[in-house]
Design a protein around this ligand. Structure first.
Ligand SMILES: [Mn+2]
Length: 406
């Protein structure tokens, strides 16, 4: 068995509209809207330089089921470039770019294989080495069926077996559950590698054999923080080695600002600007949440003297000229509303009650918004982090509203 090299990527979400980012100045919003294309170009550039044996794209190439014409054109150009150096590409479409959408067809070059809506097996020769690749494309947006049952078990031990599957682990409800599977169902197929897509957080579900989500190639909102990219994989019979290749050009992230010893607004501005500069040097352009930490009594008093929106405004003003740009999405002051600083028995008992709520209780509390038929399309899937934010926000409201009236 000889070693093979391939790229595993998923969730390109080309031409994401970044709808939730409407507060951004127009020039920066335009740059953000280019970011998925730039990340894709980084991927193609890398492939041309490193010449992997093949490329796997495990779903959600396009953000919308009615794939934009521009996204298709850019994607085709990328495929043409890979074709020019003879790199085969395998595509399994996912829930965002399922086969039932209406789009203007682009013909893709001959190096590209698009899986159909039934699980199929494609044989590939890499030199002397045979590789079997298994996959399917979503025929419609909602695939609730356990497609894993249709993947054939591997028999020929002289070949590598690679499964492409866009979907989620059964029981993982952080994302919409599509084509669910369990780890043991995947392992039972005896494949050498499972190339997954759909979950945007990069993760190794299992090591030997590898079951891997590479994550998306460009973050799209504050729940997709940190560097994004794809995996360059080398697979041999003794195992796999991974190299994570970053592609994102604008990083979503959270930046801590230490407020120790701060008693005036100008000191606070300096501390924030320094934190932003450190981020900029390390990461380039970004969209960040600034989290105030080490907030002592004096800093807490300072912050309480102006509304949160005003702190945000002055900071955006102060940082607007620097390049590459950093947009401050919001400031997290949560530490200033720690329950212990709250006076009054009533707010404390309400906070105590909130603390006792489980995740399910919280989901029940916010269901009018998150399950609203027209509202849901403007909201991302509710995460534990969102619930923590909601709880902190509720505590902040209690602090400012209830203390006053007591
Ligand atoms: Mn996706």
């Amino acid at each position: 068995m000889s070693t093979i090299k391939f790229i595993h990527t998923a969730d390109l979400h080309l031409d994401s509209p970044f709808k939730g980012m409407s507060g951004l100045p127009v020039e920066q919003l335009n740059r953000l809207r280019e970011s998925t294309f730039e990340a894709f170009a980084n991927l193609i550039d890398y492939a041309l330089e490193m010449k992997p044996d093949f490329v796997l794209i495990v779903g959600d190439i396009y953000d919308g089921e009615n794939r934009s014409l521009r996204a298709q054109m850019k994607f085709k150009e990328g495929m043409d470039r890979l074709n020019s150096v003879g790199i085969p590409v395998f595509i399994s479409h996912g829930n965002h770019d399922h086969l039932s959408g209406t789009w203007t067809r682009f013909e893709l070059p001959a190096n590209v294989h698009v899986f159909t809506e039934e699980v199929e097996t494609v044989q590939l020769q890499v030199g002397e080495q045979s590789v079997s690749i298994y996959g399917f494309s979503y025929k419609e947006r909602h695939i609730r069926e356990k497609m894993i049952d249709r993947y054939p078990p591997a028999h020929n031990r002289d070949a590598y077996h690679i499964g492409m599957l866009h979907g989620s682990l059964a029981g993982d409800d952080t994302h919409a559950v599509y084509a669910p599977f369990t780890k043991s169902e995947l392992l039972a197929k005896q494949y050498d590698y499972w190339a997954l897509g759909h979950i945007h957080l990069r993760q190794h579900v299992h090591d030997e054999p590898p079951i891997v989500y590479p994550g998306n190639i460009q973050g799209r909102h504050r729940n997709e923080q940190g560097e994004k990219g794809f995996y360059d994989v080398e697979l041999s019979k003794t195992g796999a080695t991974f190299q994570f290749i970053p592609t994102s050009t604008i990083l979503f992230d959270k930046v801590d600002v230490s407020c120790k010893g701060i008693s005036h607004a100008n000191e606070w501005l300096v501390a924030c600007m320094e934190a932003l500069e450190t981020f900029r040097t390390r990461n380039g352009a970004g969209i960040v949440e600034l989290k105030m930490v080490d907030v002592d009594q004096e800093a807490a008093e300072l912050f309480s003297q102006s509304p949160e929106e005003e702190w945000l405004d002055v900071l955006r003003d102060a940082s607007s000229d620097s390049e590459p740009f950093i947009w401050i999405q919001r400031i997290l002051f949560s530490e200033r509303t720690a329950p212990s600083t709250l006076a009054g028995a009533l707010p404390r008992s309400v906070l105590g009650l909130m603390d006792s709520w489980t995740t399910d209780d919280w989901k029940d509390v916010v269901k009018d918004v998150y399950q609203h038929t027209r509202g849901v399309k403007y909201l991302d899937v509710l995460t534990d982090e969102d619930l923590t934010d909601i709880q902190a926000g509720a505590a902040a409201l209690l602090a400012t509203e209830m203390v006053k009236t007591e």
